[in-house]
Design a binder for this molecule. Structure first.
Ligand code: C2E
Ligand code: MG
Ligand code: MG
Length: 688
């Protein structure tokens, strides 16, 4: 996945539910605040109403007192008969200018010195001129630099509220009961200016007040519940959507399990955790062999069902700190934890575990033949350079680690019984090299980076140069001289070898033509033809065309076919060899004795030359058995009317032995190594 795509995915995934939850919580807080505010306002309203009534009554008392005084009545008389004029006769105190009590009703008295900080006259837009003072039955319940709060002692209230005999009261009475009483006095100057009157005010908070406040609160709450419920539903929905989205982002569309994106994130997290840095893990590439064939046989649906079953199977097999996901096609990536004490033990345990996994997987379809391979990349415990414990694995790149596991898996041959391979650097180097070769081979051919080297063949009798083999060398501007062993097998696999062979045939034909024009000594040159070439129809005609483009005599060109080619389609091979011979080319069997020799092919195919593989002459031959084989092989070739070339000859004794056995030509480092054309031409001048 590209980094841009990945970022987008991560961003999508990061759209978390927090905003919805935060919005919901904020809204709830707002609602609670609003309810509290409404309740306070409502309570204030109730209290305000009561206070206003008290003011009203005090104003009424003041008006009555002022009225009677202006009519010349005595203040004492007026106060005594006050209950006749007002409905709720309050306690009254009247003081003259000297502060002497001149008249009073009731038993309680104001605390003249304790002026209350009531600003209610301003708050409630009342006439000024009233000052509140505490009642002497009140006590200070709170006091700071700003406020002093008086209240009637709670035990008095309780006494009053819960006094005996009230158990059988009706609901109306029960609601009417006072539960809090606030007593204070309002002081006002009478109009005459001679007196100051104190009128006692009692503010009773009844149960019904609380009841009203509660009802109000409940109604407000109920009203607010509607948006709260809606918002709650919305929040839940967004949580569910988010969950679903997360599941989708991490869902593998085919297996229905976790996908690669999840696996990568998870595995990276596991490997970079501090507590895991001292533990060994493995990244495994689990490969379903020939999945395409399986789908072709049983259908794509059955294939996908099998992948789904694999997902279920693996889910049951992975534990803590482990995970897996399908990578692509029928390949799964696994992160498994190792529990061994050391590297060897880890590797052993891991091999055992994965072997049994593969065996169990094969059993998923007992009636069908399915096989799996596993490439394993060991991730060793992380030991920091300075040995400090707090370092963790850094820059863990799961894709890279998986690529290595994949490289290990790719190195397993399908034919191998062993289906598990551990990654090592050599494997990777090999794959990197193969990739490089495949990337560069076409351009190398166009840029003529492939060059013909010639290795002379000598007669063991007169030691004269009598022939040569054309061997390719890749002279790369970046890699230098690359020997054929490093690229021919890759070319053979990709099929590119046929193009190279054509190129070599053309080059050799051109060279022969040039030698002819230049009047040089003509030396027959053999060219290697890959077995892949023999699968082509009309190969003989094709080679004929290539050679004829330059015009040298056909018998100067010999075509070497490796022995292994004789195991392919024998009929085509026989036809091609016969045609080539009919065109006048010579044909040789290269590397005879290197692989599984098919003596039978010698019977059927009319070859001109038998090239004994260099392996006959390498290694110890103390008991002389090798010599016997060579001797018999030469004899066999001679009986079949074939010439014999011995390859890889490095020692004089070998030359002498071969000369004695009637070997026709010798090719080997003893005489000369493969060399560039110019050098070869000089050699011809001297040795031919
Ligand atoms: P080959 O055709 O059997 O070529 C002989 C190989 O043996 C050459 O290796 C040569 O350098 C090596 N050799 C010769 N004498 C000695 C000796 O005394 N000691 C040792 N140790 N080696 C000796 P080279 O050039 O590396 O080629 C390897 C193989 O690559 C060839 O084996 C041939 O199969 C293939 N090849 C080379 N050029 C071509 C080509 O143009 N086309 C195709 N299809 N294959 C080629
Ligand atoms: Mg050869
Ligand atoms: Mg050979």
């Amino acid at each position: 996945m590209s980094s841009v795509k990945e970022k987008r995915f991560k961003k999508l995934n990061r759209r978390r539910i927090w905003p919805s939850i935060v919005a919901f919580v904020l809204f709830i807080l707002l609602c609670v605040g609003m309810v509290a505010l409404f309740l306070q306002l409502f309570a204030l309203y109730i209290m305000g109403t009561k206070i206003v009534r008290q003011y009203g009554e005090t104003q009424q008392v003041k008006a009555i007192l002022d009225g009677f005084l202006s009519n010349g009545n005595e203040i004492t008389e007026i106060v005594d008969s006050m209950h006749m004029y007002t409905f709720n006769a309050s306690d009254i105190y009247v003081l003259d200018q000297d502060g002497q009590v001149v008249a009073r009703t009731g038993s309680s008295e104001p605390d003249f010195n304790m002026v209350l900080d009531f600003k209610l006259d301003q708050m409630l837009d009342l006439d000024e001129g009233f000052v509140a003072v505490a009642d002497n039955s009140s006590k200070i319940v709170y006091k700071d630099s700003k406020y002093t709060i008086f209240a009637v002692p709670i035990d008095e209230v309780i006494k009053e509220t819960f006094s005996p005999g009230r158990e059988h009261e009706g609901l109306g009475e029960w609601l009417n009961r006072t539960i809090i009483t606030q007593k204070y006095w309002l002081r006002t100057s009478l109009a005459s200016g001679e007196y100051e009157a104190y009128v006692k005010c009692i503010i009773d908070v009844q149960r019904q007040d609380i009841f009203y406040v509660c009802i109000f609160g409940i109604i407000t709450l109920l009203l607010l519940m509607i948006p709260i419920i809606l918002l709650f539903i919305n929040t839940i929905r967004s949580i569910v959507t988010q969950r679903k989205m997360t599941q989708l982002i991490y869902l593998d569309a085919i297996t229905g399990g976790k996908n690669w994106f999840y696996f990568r994130n998870y595995a990276e997290r596991v490997l970079t955790r501090l507590r895991n840095s001292r533990k060994a893990f493995v990244i495994v590439n689990l490969h379903f062999e020939r999945y395409q064939n399986y789908c072709a046989c049983y259908g794509v649906k059955a294939g996908e069902e099998l992948l789904e079953a694999m997902d279920g199977f693996l889910t049951a097999r992975v534990g803590r700190n482990e995970s897996f996901a399908r990578h692509e096609g029928a390949d799964f990536g696994l992160l498994l934890a190792c529990d061994g004490e050391n590297d060897q033990e880890n590797q052993k345990n891991c091999r055992k575990r994965i072997s049994s996994l593969l065996a169990e997987l094969t059993g998923l379809k007992p009636d069908q033949k399915i096989h799996f391979q596993a490439g394993i990349n060991m991730i060793q415990p992380y030991i920091p350079e300075d040995g400090k414990w707090y370092h963790t694995r850094k820059n863990v790149d799961i894709n890279q680690l998986y690529t290595y596991a994949n490289a290990a898996r790719m190195a397993i041959d399908y034919k191998e019984e062993q289906r598990i391979a551990f990654f090592d650097q050599e494997m990777l180097d090999k794959q990197v090299w193969e990739h490089w070769v495949e990337d560069n081979m076409e351009s190398a051919l166009n840029n003529e980076e492939f060059q013909v080297y010639l290795q002379p063949k000598y007669s063991p009798i007169n030691r004269k140069l009598v022939g040569a083999e054309a061997l390719v060398r890749w002279i790369s501007p970046t890699e230098g001289l690359i020997p054929p062993g490093q690229f021919i097998p890759i070319f053979e696999e990709t099929g590119f070898v046929t193009q190279l062979d054509d190129y070599m045939i053309s080059r050799v034909a051109k060279l022969q033509a040039e030698w002819m024009i230049q009047g040089k000594k003509m030396i027959p040159v053999s060219v290697n033809i890959s077995r892949a070439h023999f699968a082509q129809e009309g190969l003989a005609d094709h080679i004929c065309q290539l050679v004829d483009a330059y015009g040298p005599r056909h018998e100067l060109i010999e075509l070497e076919v490796t022995e292994s080619a004789f195991f392919d389609d024998k009929d085509i091979l026989i036809d091609t060899v016969k045609q080539l011979k009919a065109y006048g080319f010579h044909v040789s069997m290269d590397d005879f004795g290197a692989g599984y020799s098919s003596l039978n092919s010698l019977k059927d195919i009319p070859l001109d030359v038998l090239k004994l593989d260099g392996e006959f002459f390498h290694g110890d031959d103390d008991d002389g058995r090798g010599e016997i084989v060579v001797k018999e092989a030469i004899q066999l070739a001679r009986n079949l009317d074939m010439r014999v070339v011995a390859e890889g000859i490095e020692k004089k004794e070998q030359v002498d032995f071969l000369a004695g056995q009637g070997c026709d030509m010798i090719q080997g480092f003893y005489f000369a190594k493969p060399m560039p054309v110019a050098e070869f031409e000089e050699k011809v001048e001297k040795d031919a």
